[in-house]
Design a binder for this molecule. Sequence first.
Ligand code: FBP
Ligand code: MG
Ligand code: MG
Length: 321
Amino acid sequence: MKRLNSQLQDDGAPMELILLIRTLLAGCKEIAFRVSQGALAGVLGSTLSENVQGETQKKLDVISNQILKDILKDSGYVKAISSEEEDDVVPCNPDGKYLVSFDPLDGSSNTDINSLIGTIFSISHAPQWMKPDDPSAFLQPGTQSVAAGYVLYGPSAMLAMTTGRGTHIYTLDKTHGGFLLTKANVQVPEQTAEFAINTSNQRHWEEPIQNYVADLIAGEDGPREKDYNMRWVAAMVGDIHRVLTRGGIFLYPFDKRNPNKPGKLRLLYEANPMAFLMEQAGGLASTGTGRIMEVMPTEIHQRVPVLLGSKEEVKACLSYY
Ligand SMILES: O=P(O)(O)OC[C@H]1O[C@](O)(COP(=O)(O)O)[C@@H](O)[C@@H]1O
Ligand SMILES: [Mg+2]
Ligand SMILES: [Mg+2]
C-alpha cells in the first residue's frame, strides 16, 4: 500500500510542506494514542475552564491542543497557529513559512461516550511581512489554503487530506505507525438520500432550510418524490467522513438565535478545511449564499453557516434560497 509521503510527492507538494504535514500527523498519532487509552489514562471528562467561545473545555480538548501546539512550535516550519482552544494567535518561528489553523478535538461531547471525534486542520502560506503574533494573515479566504484535512479517531484512525490535487483517505497502520493510502481520489456521489442536521434547532433555522428539510421529511409524498434517511454523529468530523465515503448532505445552517453567531461552526478550522476536502472530492460547500471557501474572514473564531456534500443535493438545497 502506498505511503502518505509518496502520495504527497506525487501530488507535487513541496518538501517543507510534506515535513510540516508529517509533524502535524505525529501529533495526531499521539492524540490517537491518548484517546484510545481513555479512562485508563484519566483523560475523559471536563476541565473547570472555558475556551474563548464560552464552551467548557474537555480534558481531551486541552491535551490535544497542547500536543499540536508543542509539536508545531518546535518544528520551525510554522510562523503562527490559530486554534479553537486559543483565544489569540499563537506566535511560533518568525522565519516559519506556514500558518496552521486547527480544531484540536472536534466533537468533544463525544469523548465521554466513546464515540467519534477527530482533529481538523488547514495550512496556508505565511506572508513574509507578517509578525508571528499578527492575526491578520489568518484573515484570508479558504481558497488560499495549501492543504487541509482531518484525522478521525474511530474504530480505525483515518486521515482525509487534500493538497489541492484530489482528496485521499489513509488509514493509520498501528503495527508500524504510518498512514497508508486506502482510497485515492475520493469522489462523493452526486445524488444522495441521506441528510444530517440537528433538528432540535429547527425553530431557529431560517426559512429556506425550514422548507428544504420539511420537503426531505415529506419523502415520497412530497415534492422531492423520494424517501430520505437521517444521520447525526454530533461530531462534524464523523458526519463529513460519512459524506465523503458514501455521499449525503451535512447542514449546520444560519441560526437566528444570536446574530453574532450565524451558525455554530467556525470558518478557519472547521468549515474551510471540510469545504476544501469536499470540493476536491467533487462535492459542493456553501454558506447558503456563497461558496464557503470564498468567505473573507474578519476574525479568527468567526462562525459561518455550513451546507455541504453531494453536488446535486446541495444544489437542490440552495434552490430554496
Ligand atoms: O449536536 P450539536 O450540539 O448541534 O453540535 C454538533 C456540532 O458541534 C461540534 O461538535 C463543534 O465542534 P467542537 O466539538 O470542536 O466544539 C461539531 O463537530 C458538530 O457538528
Ligand atoms: Mg469542532
Ligand atoms: Mg473542538
